[in-house]
Design a protein around this ligand. Structure first.
Ligand code: CP
Ligand code: NVA
Length: 331
């Protein structure tokens, strides 16, 4: 539902059109008065959304700020040097104060326990903009990107799209981006093949959730990147050094030697000849070379664009229409 909504929003107003060349944009603007394009509902009218970000962000932040604006609301970027949290004030007090003034919180935190604390004391819905364990909004954008590729979906009678049972391979660090993939794709009938160095397996709370959801049956985990990419329709990776792990860089570069995604690796490992590539960004050359990242298989920039529409769909449904959904904000 969220993906369908994101796709609707992407096409629903002039501002929401997918990126075009400057000349195309100019032409669209010139013709704008004649076009009758319905804009998104202003479901965040008179609402303020707190973007509580203790870590850097380009895509998530810009998506959130622009999406809130398009929905008629206001986003407040609260970086770690802007507010009292963590220096003079607890997460508990910050959550209570923000939920007295704002109608939603989108939080990017360090340790996952920090967002749990915010959720515990917030009186408005809290969405995860990235934590040490999870990055759910990234997976939503990835799913929309996959559903844009005709070879990866079936069309139902009502023209909605359904994922084909494809194989998604992930080569690299077991970090937040992978963890949401592990609890999502196997439930949609897809197979996952993951390669990470032996000491970089998913943390226990993540694996417990994978098992609880029955996803482990569709996941093959190996230390061998060649084995992981065998039969891959889509290959995914992420940085080897997530935010906050900079002090581990030297050790990590050693441990991840041989895990770079390249054409040669995927050919030798037996990936589907038409495999496609996804990466959440920001990207370093170590985990994927330029030929793949900027090559014909790469979907990374449409994937980045889709962060906006999926976050906008989430904001619309979870913040804007929350009261209509009659959900318990703490559920
Ligand atoms: N993919 C992603 O979350 O990017 P940012 O860190 O720039 O938000
Ligand atoms: N694993 C990365 C994702 C960045 C979007 C990090 O946590 O830094």
């Amino acid at each position: 539902g969220i993906l369908r909504h994101a796709s609707y929003l992407r096409n629903s107003s002039l501002q929401c059109l997918p990126p075009r060349s400057l000349a195309q944009n100019r032409k669209i603007q010139e013709n704008a008065p004649q076009r009758k394009v319905k804009g998104p509902a202003k479901s965040l009218q008179d609402m303020s959304i707190a973007l509580l970000f203790s870590k850097r962000s380009t895509r998530t932040r810009v998506s959130a700020e622009t999406a809130a604006g398009l929905l008629g609301g206001q986003a407040l970027f609260l970086g770690k040097d802007d507010i009292q949290l963590g220096v003079n004030e607890s997460a508990r007090d910050t959550a209570r104060v923000l939920s007295g003034m704002c109608q939603g919180i989108f939080a990017r935190v360090g340790d996952h326990s920090e967002i749990e604390e915010i959720m515990k004391y917030s009186e408005v819905p809290v969405l995860n903009a990235l934590s040490s364990l999870w990055h759910p909004t990234q997976t939503l954008a990835d799913m929309l990107t996959i559903l844009d590729q005709k070879e990866f979906f079936y069309q139902n009678e009502d023209r909605s799209r359904q994922f084909r049972p494809i194989t998604i391979s992930y080569v690299g660090d077991s970090a937040n981006v992978l963890h949401d993939m592990l609890v999502t794709y196997p439930r949609m009938g897809m197979k996952m093949r993951v390669a990470s160095p032996p000491n970089y397996r998913a943390p226990q709370p993540v694996w417990d959730r994978v098992v609880e959801l029955g996803c482990d049956k569709n996941i093959l985990w190996t230390a061998d990147p060649l084995e992981a990419v065998n039969g891959a329709d889509i290959v995914v990776t992420d940085t080897w050094i997530s935010m906050g792990q900079e002090h581990e860089a030297a050790q990590r570069y050693k441990d991840f030697a041989g895990y770079q995604v390249t054409e040669a690796l995927c050919k030798e490992g037996g990936a589907n000849p038409d495999w496609k590539f996804l990466h959440c960004l920001p990207r370093k050359k170590q985990e994927v070379d330029d030929d793949v990242f900027y090559g014909k298989r790469s979907l990374v920039f449409p994937e980045a664009d889709n962060r906006k529409w999926t976050i906008m769909a989430l904001f619309d449904l979870m913040f804007g229409k929350w009261s209509l959904l009659e959900h318990d904000p703490k559920a």
